[in-house]
Design a protein around this ligand. Structure first.
Ligand code: EPZ
Length: 432
């Protein structure tokens, strides 16, 4: 079993470059299916979730060419089918974007119910299906956990008002609507940076998407989309994760290849906690020299504080002076990771969507698990701040969404490495 071994208690210092945004990439890659010609996509992060999305497309007969380590060419015109293998679909939640892309292009999709991170209880897709029906598709669930979406007479522009703000549903309806006949209006749309990135990608292929980034998106269907070249935005949550790491360990790190505007909510919160942040055009200089100070936070859809930063921020707050209150405003029970932080000496009380964190002097190393992607990032941050040698298990969950995380942290002074350790062996190897 691969583990991260982290000899913590050291300040972070140096420079780190942020990779392309995971949650943009996992939607833009299926979106390339909609084009009649090849799409060249740049700044693609080298992460498991991207590999899985590309594998799904290959299974459909799509020609995929890796032009270099972060550029992929996708030729969707050669798609041979619209049914995706069950076991592949189950591995990643973002596989649900195949429904929108296949339905939009071929008016038919047979896709397994998605898998993905195991938090938040059941992760419904009722709003996705509501949107597809608004465009004239029929939806049925077939034995074996398949969803079959069908529109034999093609899709017609429709009006959908989401009951909840949903990133996935907003993106999925965009994918289905760009080639539909007529105009589609999406109300109560999500406004995350990756929504705007998908809209910009689709428009670069000849689509007509207006209003992305606001809560009303209007899409006028076009007869076809052409290929092109597009570069994915930097990952807001990866950048935020490094910002929270500096807050927890202390030190100074220049975080490069970011869009500061996308990080404003994180910058504001960390500044309240006593972290100093200087903004440049495409970089942030993050510095924490003095004490961390407690704060309160509620996670909300963009432009609010992102739920995908909640575990990372909570970890830093474990070391802040005073009592902090965290409210999870997006998902149900996204606090399982706090059990692991408690194992490291944190003082956290969870009651439903609220966590109360009493700051402690220090965290102590312990064997911990990465229950999901962002919980895993929180374990790394805790290990970097804790005294002693922490080992993190189930790191595949982390590598689903973070490119070269160990190497990036090593480059800013972290004493951490990957190790192959027999299952159940929690004896702490000496840090190299
Ligand atoms: C995306 O998930 C992200 N994943 C998640 O990031 C992120 O936490 C989430 O958006 C919120 O920002 C990807 O983009 C691949 P939602 P998604 O639909 O689209 C409810 C990470 O760490 N809901 O915005 O699945 C849902 O239960 C991952 O990168 C419905 O009720 O999230 C939740 O309470 C973890 N019905 C809320 O809406 C639906 O049909 C927001 O979910 C859809 C969602």
């Amino acid at each position: 079993m691969t583990k991260y071994i982290i000899n913590g208690g050291k300040r972070l210092n140096g420079e780190v470059t942020i990779s392309g945004a995971k949650n943009a990439a996992v939607a833009i890659i299926p979106a390339a299916l909609l084009a009649d010609g090849p799409c060249r996509i740049e700044n693609v992060p080298k992460i498991i979730d991207v590999t899985l999305q590309l594998e799904i497309l290959r299974e459909l007969g799509v020609r995929i060419r890796l032009l270099n380590s972060t550029t992929v060419e996708i030729s969707g015109e050669a798609v041979g089918g619209s049914k995706v293998p069950y076991e592949l679909m189950r591995k990643i939640r973002a596989s649900y974007y195949l429904i929108g892309a296949l339905l939009g292009k071929y008016h038919h999709a047979e896709v397994a119910m998605p898998g993905g991170c195991n938090f938040g209880g059941i992760r419904p897709i009722d709003q996705h299906l509501k949107g597809f029906r608004a465009l004239g598709a029929t939806i049925e669930t077939r034995e074996g956990g398949y969803i079959v979406a069908d529109a034999p007479d093609g899709l017609k522009g429709g009006h959908v008002y989401f009951d909840v703000v949903s990133v996935g549903a907003t993106m999925n309806i965009m994918l289905a609507a760009v080639l539909a006949d007529g105009q589609t209006v999406i109300e109560n749309a999500a406004k995350e940076p990756h929504i705007v990135d998908l809209a910009n990608f689709l428009n670069s292929m000849g689509a007509d998407v207006k209003g992305a980034g606001t809560d009303i998106i209007k899409i006028r269907g076009v007869p076809k989309l052409h290929g092109g070249t597009y570069s994915i935005i930097p990952d807001q949550i990866e950048a935020g994760t490094f910002m929270a790491a500096v807050a927890a360990t202390g030190g100074q790190v220049l975080i490069k290849n970011v869009i500061p505007k996308h990080l404003e909510c994180i910058t504001a919160k960390l500044t309240e906690m006593g972290v100093e942040i200087d903004e440049f055009d495409d970089a942030l200089l993050v510095r924490r020299m003095g004490d961390l100070v407690k704060t309160n936070v509620k996670t909300m859809p963009y432009p609010g504080f992102p739920t995908d930063m909640q575990p990372q921020l909570t970890t830093a707050l474990c070391l802040a002076k005073g009592t902090s209150i965290i409210t999870e405003g997006v998902w149900d029970n996204r606090y399982r990771y706090t059990e692991e932080l408690t194992r490291m000496g944190a003082n956290i009380h969870v009651d439903g969507k609220i966590a109360v964190v009493e700051g402690v002097e220090e965290l102590k190393a312990a064997p911990v698990r990465a229950y999901d992607l962002r919980a895993g990032a929180a374990m790394v941050i805790a290990g970097l701040a804790a005294r002693g040698v922490t080992q993190v298990e189930q790191v595949t969950n982390i590598e689903r969404g973070y490119e070269n995380l160990v190497e990036k942290f090593q480059a800013i002074g972290a004493d951490m490495y990957r190790a192959e350790i027999p299952e159940g062996d929690t004896s702490l190897p000496e840090a190299k």
